[in-house]
Design a protein. Structure first.
Length: 101
């Protein structure tokens, strides 16, 4: 089994609340890890691959809004045990000087 890390940018394990807003719905969830270019988000109903959305990340002292795109998503129940539903996202664009709260 190949366990070599393929990410270019290192990720930090963090659990911060998020909301993901599309033209059709808003979902709530939380980050599990985060880098300067993407994140893994746990949520009950992940968005579909290639979907773009407004991501609001609520950190411990501020929040940030980022345009993001779903790279992959998973929603499954395997052998009667629930696996973590979620999605891997990449950040498309952000305006920290305007949207940091």
């Amino acid at each position: 089994m190949n366990t070599e890390e393929k990410r270019i940018y290192p990720r930090t394990e963090v659990t911060w609340a998020i909301s993901a807003t599309t033209s059709a719905r808003t979902i709530q969830g939380e980050t599990k890890n985060l880098s300067t270019h993407g994140a893994f988000i746990c949520c009950s109903r992940p968005l579909f691959p290639r979907e773009r959305f407004l991501l609001t990340v609520n950190g411990p002292s501020s929040s940030m809004k980022v345009i993001a795109q779903v790279v992959w998503s998973i929603m499954c129940v395997c052998n009667g045990e629930k696996s973590p539903n979620g999605m891997g996202v990449k950040f498309i664009w952000h305006w920290p000087e305007i949207l940091m709260a």
